[in-house]
Design a protein around this ligand. Structure first.
Ligand code: ZN
Length: 139
């Protein structure tokens, strides 16, 4: 049997490093623009709303709702085969930004648009980097 490659992992750069380092500490961080006050995700060097560059990192409460999702039955690469079926979703976070991730720790058939979720941090074998994902919020 052919060796299965590891799942792709992020390569933090100067702009995204605070996000990935936060994830390793159980912190879900996002950027907010000091010029217009709007949140953005993922991290960038300028605000996507007003093009301002005065951005600050904030810690999200980690709660949101499923805006859209798809149940993946056919893995895009071999390293995801064992996870199928799994959920790829767009989450509207309470702070006002949208986050793409997997919905973990539930039966994919139970995921619904509008479902309340909370951020969790996935550990992947062979790496120290934690991956922000979500799971159903029960309370
Ligand atoms: Zn702005």
């Amino acid at each position: 049997m052919a060796e299965v490659q590891a799942k792709p992992m992020p390569v933090p750069d100067a702009i995204s490093r605070p996000y990935w380092e936060g994830a390793n500490q159980g912190i879900f961080a996002f950027q907010r623009c000091r010029d217009c006050g709007k949140a953005q995700f993922y991290s960038r060097s300028a605000c996507v709303h007003c093009h301002g560059s005065d951005l600050e990192w904030q810690v999200a409460a980690g709660t949101g709702r499923v805006a859209s999702f798809s149940v993946i039955h056919r893995a895009p690469i071999a390293s995801f085969m064992a996870d199928t079926p799994y959920v790829l979703a767009l989450i509207d976070m309470n702070e006002g930004f949208r986050f793409m991730c997997n919905v973990l720790r539930c039966d994919p058939a139970t995921v619904k648009i509008g479902m309340r979720v909370r951020v969790c941090f996935e550990a992947r074998p062979g790496t120290e980097q934690k991956i922000p994902q979500v799971e159903p919020a029960t309370a």
